[in-house]
Design a protein around this ligand. Structure first.
Ligand SMILES: [Zn+2]
Length: 336
């Protein structure tokens, strides 16, 4: 039996776990529901039993455990998560085994995986930008994610892009996330389309939802498809998301001079529908320097689990874990 680490990516709705060997072979992946509605103690108990079950499936004691968790995190403790509701949880409380353990912030751990194994493999400095329900960023400096002085770094989703704009759930006004997250695109289209239903000039391509005769409920994927087909309202909402992103990325580029921007998350699955106009707007905004190229993330939803595996091996005393791994293992159907 080859030696392995247990890797866990703890999200607000589900947890992805894996067993990864020293050479990067993925022996097993699995998934559990995060029982967030039953409180932080239930989440911790689920994490512990998930780790126990994965270790048992590996047929031996893991060399280490790596965990990617949301919120404010150090390598030794999960300090705070509004999402899960925990405070000051030592890493050792999350792991039922007496083995080395390392924690990482969820997005930064995904960024570490993209840096070592994925789209940033040969890059030193880049931004990893997953655009999903929210928008967060992992600033990669010299190949490593940088979380700032206290761990609050990377909150690019809450950069104010339209200071006179719409309120954000965070309490600020005009945040990037309010315009350009996948949920914002869906919400903004649905709100405007619903309002247009009352207008006699309405010519909506999307029918109203079944649950209410007077409300449109579109997903970001539907807004993307409508944009691709030339629907005027979808095109406008999509264009505003691109505009907001171009403002935030111009700021990031001028401040940190990244060699690339790696787009991930649900909205990036729109591919060139997002990246082509965004690259163009970013190029137009920057006058005296070249815009960094935009790239598609390589590891998809497995980035967090793979980054956690790197942390697990680092905890076990292999600081260069991943640098010699074959990329073939990452194409395994287990990872997809
Ligand atoms: Zn905000």
């Amino acid at each position: 039996m080859s030696s392995f680490v247990v890797a866990l990516d703890v999200g607000g709705t589900s947890m992805k776990g894996g067993l990864v060997t020293r050479s990067g072979e993925i022996l097993r992946t699995d998934r559990r529901t995060t029982p967030r509605d039953r409180g932080p103690a239930a989440v911790i108990a689920t994490i512990r039993s998930f780790i126990d079950d994965l270790a048992a499936a590996g047929g031996g004691t893991p060399e280490g455990v790596g965990l990617a968790v949301p919120g404010l995190v150090t390598a030794e403790a999960a300090l705070y998560s509004a999402n899960i509701g925990w405070r000051d949880i030592p890493a050792t409380d999350l792991v039922p085994l007496d083995v080395p353990v390392m924690l990482g912030h969820d997005v930064r751990t995904g960024g570490l995986a993209e840096s070592v194994l994925g789209a940033g493999r040969e890059l030193s400095d880049f931004l990893f930008l997953p655009i999903g329900t929210g928008i967060a960023g992992a600033t990669i400096l010299h190949g490593e994610p940088y979380g700032g002085s206290a761990g609050w770094g990377g909150e690019i989703g809450h950069i104010p892009v339209f200071p006179e704009g719409e309120p954000c759930a965070c309490g600020q006004i005009g945040c990037l996330e309010t315009y350009a997250s996948a949920s914002a695109v869906a919400r903004r289209y649905s709100t405007r389309a619903t309002a247009a239903l009352g207008s006699p000039a309405s010519s909506l391509a999307l029918p109203s939802s079944g649950t209410s005769p007077v409300a449109v409920s579109a997903t970001a994927e539907q807004v993307a498809a409508l944009t691709a087909s030339g629907d005027p309202l979808a095109t406008e909402i999509w264009g505003e998301a691109v505009e907001a992103l171009s403002l935030a990325l111009a700021t990031y580029t001028l401040l940190l001079d990244p060699s690339a921007i790696v787009l991930g998350g649900g909205l990036a699955e729109a591919g060139t529908l997002l990246s082509d106009p965004l690259a163009e707007r970013l190029r137009q905004r920057l006058a005296f320097r070249q815009a960094p190229p935009l790239r598609q993330a390589a590891l998809g939803v497995s980035a967090g689990m793979l980054g956690a595996a790197l942390l697990g091996w680092r905890a076990a005393g292999l600081p260069d874990a991943g640098t010699t791994w074959s990329l073939d293992v990452l194409k395994s159907p287990r990872v997809a």
